[in-house]
Design a protein around this ligand. Structure first.
Ligand code: ZN
Length: 167
């Protein structure tokens, strides 16, 4: 029986809550979520807790912000003109974009708010500073395909999904 380790595509059911028990995300409606273990597809604290687990294992893990979505850097959101975003994108708070700096480096940013022609973007993840509680069940574990290893993410539960992302 295979255990969760690097190079495995693992499908999990999970519910993520904050410390007060408010549900922030859950796989209940959409079905199990596959991820590639060891590829940083999920937050480090959750990935570490899954290592060595087997199909059918259920557990709860509390993940501090340092092992979750990071600590807030204290900087306020920045104003960016609406024109710098794709015309056809419906901009909503919480949406993630990749911002390219002048030196060519890329970093994720999240929309904090939209005010007319000005978009407030934040370099902090919306869940920065949050301690998160994950209740998890391991649904399946399989070897990743070579293509999945190369891409650093799973191609669906069975590994034969068409690409839905651009890479
Ligand atoms: Zn891919």
């Amino acid at each position: 029986m295979s255990t969760v380790q690097d190079g495995k595509v693992v499908a999990i059911h999970f519910t993520m809550t904050d410390e007060e028990g408010e549900v922030l995300d859950t796989t209940e409606e959409d079905g199990p979520m596959p991820y590639l273990h060891g590829a940083e597809n999920i937050v480090p604290g959750l990935e570490a807790a899954l290592a060595g687990k087997k199909v059918g294992d259920k557990f709860t893990v509390t993940v501090p912000p340092e092992e979750g979505y990071g600590l807030h850097d204290g900087l306020p959101p920045q104003e960016v003109p609406r024109s710098e975003f794709p015309d056809d994108a419906e901009l909503e708070p919480g949406m993630e974009f990749v911002a390219e700096a002048e030196d060519g480096s890329e970093a994720p940013v999240w929309i904090f708010d939209v005010e007319g022609d000005t978009v407030l973007v934040d370099h902090n993840h919306p869940l920065a500073d949050e301690t998160l509680v994950f209740t998890v069940e391991v649904v399946s574990v399989r070897d990743a395909t070579r293509e999945e290893i190369e891409h650093g993410h799973p191609h669906g539960l069975d590994g034969d999904d068409f690409e839905v992302d651009e890479d």
